[in-house]
Design a binder for this molecule. Sequence first.
Ligand code: PLP
Length: 393
Amino acid sequence: MSINKKSYDYGAAKSSIREIAAYGAARKAEVGAENVYDFSLGNPSIPAPDAVRASIARSLELPPTQLHSYTPAAGLPAAREAVAASLNRRFGTSYGPGDLYLTCGAAASLSICFHALANAGDEVIVIAPYFPEYRVWIETAGAACIEVMADANTFQIDNAAVAAAITPKTKAVVINSPNNPVGSVYSEENLKALADVLREREEALGTNIYLIADEPYREITYGDVVPWVPAIYDRTIVCYSYSKSLSLPGERIGWVLVPPTNPEHDMLVLAIAGAGRKLGFVCAPAIFQRVIADCVDEPSDVEAYARNRVALTEGLGKLGYEYIEPQGAFYLWVKALEPDANAFFEKCKALDLLPVPSDSFGCPGWVRIGYCVSYETIVNSMPAWAKLKAQYE
Ligand code: PLP
């Protein structure tokens, strides 16, 4: 093959989530949208706040050359200043614009981190079940993706398992809380125990281990507090995106934060900028840099997700399904009614129920139901879930 084999393979092996969504769209055209219960995608169903539209309108008043011009590679100083000030208000920190690199969403933030940190042959630990693209981005940066299962009952981090997986090649551990696909929020106690493990292993092995906190769902919670990870572990890098919190997934805007607690802070900031340069991930969309400067403190509207969460958990609970109570994000992790989640998914599909089988997330035996859909979709899907359950009785 004269073209890049790995790139070809990634292109040819489509994301199973997107394949299910494409099937759902085709099926809706065939039998009517109201008859298909597509729970596959994590596309927010809540509109972006009005303040976003107002900010875009203000941007359009700028002279076109200014409106559409390049910004610095790391982003407009005013936008980074606004993000830093917002974080400082919320977490009592003293971050500055130089600690932030604006990106095209969390996908770019994470890719940049892996390229900034990993040398060929390094290892990056992910907590399974995990967002499937992590593996693609880690491998593309030349590192190996090492899966460590979360605690089988609580889906908190299994710190003994993390300790056992760390080797002299371990460069970073990626955590995602609130979690996609489980909806769990890691407790302060769980994160402190992880930090202890990382420090102990660093000391024993004479290496540096970074903690990458992927937090696109930070604001989407149902009562739990999401601990601020850099306050718990010094070598933390935070990846963030406005895709979920402000319902802007198509606009591609987020950031990487290198907190000054990192002992190698200045070198790390340059490596993040260098990785951005290497990947061509420079100058995030300028209009949306201005939007976040204006909207950084806009609250996330989680009311509709909270209502969906109650309808779904109560509905499935009454039918006898087993699930993990979601503390955040907009996914419900439901035990498949047979050991093979793919076989279970085929039975769901036959009833036009479209969750995502858990094997896609590196974990057997479950399905993920995305409840960022309309309330009606959830309520109207209940007879099909009942029919499905009856098939196993
Ligand atoms: N990380 C997690 C856990 C996600 O669920 C997603 C998107 O669904 C991303 C990263 C990528 O987000 P973005 O749209 O900001 O690139």
